[in-house]
Design a protein around this ligand. Sequence first.
Ligand SMILES: Nc1ncnc2c1ncn2[C@@H]1O[C@H](COP(=O)(O)OP(=O)(O)OP(=O)(O)O)[C@@H](O)[C@H]1O
Length: 555
Amino acid sequence: MNPEESCFILQTITKTRASNPEARTLASTLKSSTESMASFSSKASNMFSLSNLPSASTMFSTYASLATSTMLIRSMVNDFIPHQLQSYILSALRSLFAPRQASQLTLIVEEYFSGMNRNQVYEAAEMYVSAIVSPSVERLKVCKAPREKNFTFTIDKGEEVVDCFEGVQLKWRFVCSVDEKSSSTEQRYFEISFNKRDKEKVLGSYLPHVLNKSKDLREENKVVNLYTLGCFYDDMGGGGGGGVWGSINLDHPATFDTLAMDPELKKALIDDLDRFVKRKDFYKKVGKAWKRGYLLYGPPGTGKSSLIAAMANYLKFDIYDLELSQLRYDSELRRLLVATANRSILVIEDIDCSVQLHDRQFDGTYEVPNDQLTLSGVLNFIDGLWSSCGDERIIVFTSNHKDRLDPALLRPGRMDMHIHMSYCTMEGFKLLAFNYHGVKEDHPLLGEIEGLMENTEVTPAEVAEELMKSDQADTALNGVIDFLRRKKMEEEKIKADEKGKEPADCQEPNKEQKSENEGGKKQEKTNKRRNTKSRKSYSRNRRRPTKANPEIFSQ
Ligand SMILES: Nc1ncnc2c1ncn2[C@@H]1O[C@H](COP(=O)(O)OP(=O)(O)OP(=O)(O)O)[C@@H](O)[C@H]1O
């Protein structure tokens, strides 16, 4: 403290000394010490002049007065400045003059940890960094897996990307280094650098944000797979489900937009799916396995397989296409179900056609061996197993004949929603005509088509086939009109023939009745043929109309 500063403090204290005796004493002491300091300062300035070198006694007295002043100032500081303020000032001064410490913290995210365990954070980082690539990056790697829709970009080694999160600036750097011991192994890792003071925010909020964001990105880019028994072809570079299931990309273009079905039913189903995927906590709360069952039934060619593909594309869930006819034992079923992944749809098509299950219901004399599959067994088994393994599972059964299904399947609580896929309605036709040829609502031919469709049962598959016969909208629509007329005439002829025949109980069985009655080998043959077809049915056209009424049932 120089004499001028001491004077200033002295003046300030003098102003208050009239009312405060302690301040009065302090002021007089401070005055004398200020005078001593002033005299010391003038003596010191003279000291450096050789001609005026002070004597030893002068120096001693100066030192003594300086020491007294220092002690006095210290006691003043102790008396007048609060202790916390003192320590704050001290630490500020200390940090000002202390040697400068590094303020940056760097996290290392290695590809592998503890040997060969792949680091989840690294996987997430790869995905995340590719999404925050900035224009400043000079080298980018681009790649695309077979049949993947989008390109994936990753930064090259040594490149840096800057990210901002809730006011925190973070720098990502991708590093590749060759292990000196085994020169063939390349170690890859990310460095994340940020200010040390943001450590808690980065660990507590930023890293979870990176994990979540990368999960979303993965879902966005996810290619839906179709799994079926055996590795008939696996274009993902490995057998899905540990070799039990083989997979291919499901390249099915069906979506809810392309699907001709009752608009209310479609909306109800979409809402149901949306609610299901959001209800993780609800299922946990009520102690139920997080699964949903749908029964799709209706005539062939009404879009049951297309609907499954649309559901898978909508949710980005993989499909496991299970053919019960290929299984003989419970243990096989267990192995298959355990090998399915979360967020998937297990499909059992044409459930009414599964040989043993069908026989059990329709042939009372047939004895089911203990070790063989039965529908009830399968259902009970699936229910039990779902409860203990996996999340977000959907199971879909399809059938062309709901009336032939085992009551165990229809029991309340078994299948959550029963969806009837019916013959083509005018609404459905308009959607198909628009999708195939861009035909608008006011097209002049639509009126005639509507009149014909009211009295004729046609499946969307039949309509789709007619629409595909020409590239010209008018030609295609005229083709549909011809087709509907022919169909109507056929139906009228059948009706007329039936009228002219004997009473109902003496009538010849029709095609469907015949197939029901034939049983045995013929039934088995039909079933096998249908089952082998089911895998392909995600991408084919079929035309096998039967009669049914629109209906939706939801539990
Ligand atoms: N509702 C529909 N909306 C749009 N296209 C449909 C619809 N139904 C059928 N199709 C067309 O018909 C083809 C066959 O339909 P799909 O295989 O989905 O019927 P399905 O009811 O599953 O028949 P099956 O019972 O014989 O398996 C589809 O690829 C599609 O082109």
